[in-house]
Design a protein around this ligand. Structure first.
Ligand SMILES: Cc1cc2nc3c(=O)[nH]c(=O)nc-3n(C[C@H](O)[C@H](O)[C@H](O)COP(=O)(O)OP(=O)(O)OC[C@H]3O[C@@H](n4cnc5c(N)ncnc54)[C@H](O)[C@@H]3O)c2cc1C
Ligand code: FES
Length: 287
């Protein structure tokens, strides 16, 4: 047996349940219930070689508490670190909200499929996000902005309950100052000093009337927002394969072994989390 075949076998036998160690380098408070974490792998080689695709996710462990899946919100075009945003809802997310810069966490990544950005080339892109749902879209958005010439016009429709619930405010200027890129913000009800749109995201999409011609829509947000956004895009003439979303089913293993995340015959952790509306329509309506 040659040295290289021994190395190959060693890599294949790696236990996929064992996380890699990473250090939280920066914690950004986005809103009262959401924080973004920037982490770097402790292993220098892994830090350099690690890569992923926009739309993929990871399992993050807080030692002594547990593990939970989060999408990678950073873009693979920006190397050396990964970022994920966490809304506090239960045990792991609360523990993450307590950690400080310098804390070591565990990461199993990259997991799942990704947005088919090669197919999106040359098309106008509508990013339609609600609340923390902007997190997976941000990875693809910044990826497209970093490869700006490959895509047509970029429109970002982003809404939240209040202006204080909008994440990634520190990137808004950069987004809207990119060539041929427009940012449309909306909040649910009137607020003093707010001069942007007021109303729910699906209705705002109807008001903006995106043309389906040579366009792709990518949406993520609360289930009710996704439901009506998909319906409205259909009404506007978008075909089912022009609309993409990403699902956040409950998960355990993240690698297609435990059966926790299935919808019909699909495992969201390996067949997803990214699906076109056409693909979703073939699944039982359990998402
Ligand atoms: C592919 C994927 C990507 C995700 N990306 C993000 C992300 O970028 N940011 C983010 O904040 N969250 C994301 N989530 C959701 C996140 O994984 C859950 O919020 C997290 O697992 C909750 O863990 P916990 O221990 O804090 O909650 P627990 O203590 O386990 O549960 C608290 C409560 O939340 C409910 N709950 C737990 N998980 C989910 C879920 N997935 N869907 C609906 N209800 C749930 C439980 O039933 C319970 O009522 C993602 C989920 C998936 C599957
Ligand atoms: S989370 Fe285990 S099969 Fe998907």
């Amino acid at each position: 047996m040659t040295t290289s075949s021994v190395e190959t076998r060693t890599i294949r036998l790696e236990n996929p349940y064992i996380p890699k160690l990473a250090v939280v380098e920066q914690v950004i408070t986005e809103t009262w219930d959401t924080k973004t974490f920037r982490a770097v792998f402790r292993d220098a080689d892994l830090r350099e070689s690690f890569t992923y695709e926009p739309g993929q996710f990871q399992e993050v462990s807080v030692f002594g508490v547990g593990e939970a899946p989060f999408c990678l919100t950073s873009s693979p075009t920006r190397k050396g670190f990964i970022e994920f945003s966490v809304k506090k809802i239960g045990s792991v997310t609360s523990a993450l909200h307590e950690i400080e810069e310098g804390t070591v966490i565990g990461i199993r990544a990259p997991l799942g499929n990704w947005f088919p950005y090669e197919k999106f080339k040359g098309k106008d892109l509508w990013f339609i996000g609600g609340g923390i749902g902007m997190a997976p879209l941000r990875s693809l958005l910044n990826f497209c902005l970093d490869n700006r010439k490959d895509y047509g016009k970029i429109y970002i429709v982003y809404g939240a309950r209040t202006s204080a619930d909008l994440c990634f405010k520190y990137e808004f200027d950069q987004w809207q100052s990119s060539p041929d890129t427009e940012l449309f913000l909306t909040i649910d009800s009137e607020e003093e000093g707010w001069d942007k749109n007021v109303g729910f995201v699906p209705q705002y999409v109807m008001d903006l009337k995106p043309s389906p011609r040579n366009a792709i829509a990518i949406t993520c947000g609360p289930p009710i927002m996704i439901k009506f956004t998909l319906k409205n895009l259909e009404e506007l003439g978008f075909e089912d394969d022009q609309v993409w979303t990403t699902l956040e089913m409950k998960m355990k293993c993240g690698i297609g072994k435990c059966g926790r995340c299935n919808i019909g015959h699909k495992y969201v952790c390996v067949d997803g989390p990214v699906f076109s509306y056409a693909q979703l329509k073939e699944l039982p309506p359990e998402y």
